[in-house]
Design a protein around this ligand. Sequence first.
Ligand code: AMP
Ligand code: GLY
Length: 448
Amino acid sequence: MNVLVIGNGGREHALAWKLSQSPRVSKVFCAPGNTGTALVGQNVNIQATEFAKLIRFAKENDVALTVVGPEIPLVFEMTKAEFLREELGPRSDQIPPVLGIVDAFTWAGLKIFGPTRAAAELEGSKVFCKDLLRNADVPTADYRVFRSVDRAVTFLREREDVPVVVKADGLAAGKGVIVCSGRVEALDAVERIGRQLEFGDAGKQIVIEERLDGREASVLAITDGQTIITLPAAQDHKRAHDGDTGPNTGGMGAYSPAPLVTPEMMSWIEEHVLVPTVHAMKRARRPFRGVLYAGLMITNQGPKVLEYNVRFGDPECQPLMMRLKSDLFELLLATAEGKLDQIEPPVWDERPSVCVVMASEGYPGKYAKGKPIRGLDEAAKVPDCQVFHAGTAFGPDGQVVTDGGRVLGVTAVGQSIPAAKLQAYTAVKAIRWDGAWCRKDISDKANS
Ligand code: AMP
Ligand code: GLY
């Protein structure tokens, strides 16, 4: 069967790589893909938000399942009028007024892995997410929502001067969250988000919440809205520099499992976080299918939800795919069909995995593109290691060149986290381009 992966990052290369290993998959397409996905499948030059083109491609190429990598197409909207005008599926009064990629594919009669537009609000709107968590009694930071900047300012001036976090409601490429140590910073954050609209319309509503202390971990689960399969815990490294310093990034590396999340804590998270969230989504008539990714702060009072994402994390997906022994296609298809209860739970490699992101000079700020990457062949010879491409493209004479901020996710498994780390950095050392850099301490916090 043919599969279509939507996206062009390291996560999508890892998904396409794993899907291509399924005995049931004959061909993997990736739209638009990168040089890594071209190694395991065929790239298709269609962007993730071009729903009509994607649907036509999927129909013409017998795509049995489409897998959505990033959040943007899940939250992006096509109108019902556009869907009908493009003649993508039969007319029906039931078609919602706006469709995300999953709604559009489903109404077109195609199978797709991911949440509907309505369910993706869990990531697309922090206000929706926080209200749902509160109603479902899921532990999360105390918060207030403001639609008026002046009210937010008054609130901050009148209350005790304590650390808070100020968030733009909508998607802001991971940037609309400002962690503040006190009132002065918080007032500035409210100005930036709410008045200067630094993150665009995402800042039309503002969440101000209590700042939590503790250590962060990511717990991802796959659910069809009934059955929930929890994946091993993973740990991202959001800050640019060693020792968790420097600006926030999309993620400079990840490892799995995360020893911080003990088996007992995992059961607690399933019971008090994941199950009530899935039930609350059903009650809200937004049944959730896809990846439910809980960003958690492990506080003295136990785990609390910082945010939900509605897709695999990038780079958390890379170490998870390295450890997955079962057939990813079967798992994702069963989810899309609502038959997760009918398959065997996935089997994981006991060995830990570490992913080190190699980035362009200047990232997460401005960076140059088009630098030829050398040493990929040498890195490919390192055992138990995979180099997942993220921001890469083919240069004029066919060589692989840099094409983004996060360029590669060098991922290895090993008998222990330090062994996996060593293996990943061995491959990193083989790879060179002008301005390449990475954090040197990925996975060290697993041991602290
Ligand atoms: P989010 O996009 O909501 O996950 O926020 C991005 C990052 O901001 C998180 O990974 C945390 O490091 C930090 N953060 C968000 N909310 C809080 C909070 N309530 N307390 C402390 N840190 C937070
Ligand atoms: N690595 C964090 C994310 O994918 O949102």
